[in-house]
Write a protein of this length. Structure first.
Length: 270
């Protein structure tokens, strides 16, 4: 077990639950009369199930190749869902659009599972499409929001560079537009490398103490809730991804209960 908060039996039950959800969605998708909205929702569920399964396997201490396999599968399915959403006739408020929350959750997973460059580039390009992204639109002088250009945060741009993608400068938001939860770890990209380990350590420590409300994988004390059935572990994926991108010495965090050390060093195990 890598997870210290729940039992093996708890996560085994989760595996059965997510498989049932997966099977129901496959059955719904086989209906030729399925609506666009329902199909989009079911494709989203398929992606979430594979991502959930990767977290469950990681919590249980399963081999890393199984964890990474399901993580990659979930990310592929998530991209397929966004691709489908972009082709529907649904109004924007009913489409699954790429938000800053999506970016904050998915970019680190793309890094940690060594996702194929093609998938990473597809996701970046979807993030920059004005019909599929709602974040970082800039307010014009007249008070209206200009629809172009869609911008990603400086932190997400650093991940794009890691994936070998050159985001046009006009598509990168100024630092003042960064979300408050991105700024602390972004310091690793702006300060001398001699400070990187300290910044990483502080980020992970504070993350574990306070919880990152914008990060789906951490809801503080959720594991203590008597009716919780969907606890997926407390994993600081953003800190881990930054450590991997910059090659930060994260050995002091090897035994930290909320830091996915093995995923950072996944390639070293094979």
């Amino acid at each position: 077990m890598r997870n210290i908060y729940k039992s093996k039996e708890y996560f085994e039950h989760q595996i059965d639950e997510v498989q049932s959800s997966y099977d129901r969605s496959i059955a719904k998708l086989s209906n030729p009369d399925i609506t666009e909205q329902a199909k989009q929702n079911r494709l989203d569920i398929l992606a979430e199930v594979d991502l959930d399964r990767s977290l469950i396997f990681y919590n249980m201490g399963k081999p890393l190749d199984q964890v990474v396999e399901h993580m990659r599968s979930g990310l592929h399915k998530m991209m397929d869902m966004f691709d489908y959403a972009s082709t529907t006739h649904l109004p924007p408020h009913q489409k699954d659009l790429v938000t800053s929350k999506h970016r904050f959750e998915l970019f680190p997973l793309l890094v940690l599972c060594d996702a194929p460059k093609e998938l990473c580039h597809r996701y970046i390009e979807m993030s920059l499409r004005k019909d599929m992204s709602v974040e970082y639109d800039q307010e014009g002088d007249d008070g209206d929001y200009a629809p172009e250009p869609i911008r990603i945060s400086p932190l997400m741009n650093e991940f794009a560079k890691y994936f070998g993608y050159d985001v046009p400068p006009e598509n990168v938001a100024p630092r003042c537009y960064m979300e408050t939860f991105e700024a602390p770890i972004y310091g690793c990209f702006t300060r001398h490398e001699g400070h990187h380990q300290e910044i990483l350590m502080n980020y992970v420590t504070k993350w574990a103490k306070t919880g990152q409300k914008n990060e789906e994988f951490y809801i503080k004390n959720f594991h203590k809730h008597p009716k919780s059935k969907s606890f997926k572990g407390y994993w600081c994926f953003m800190g881990a991804a930054v450590a991997k991108v910059l090659g930060i010495d994260d050995s002091p965090l090897k035994d930290h209960p909320d830091y996915p050390y093995e995923l950072v060093h996944y390639k070293e195990y094979f």
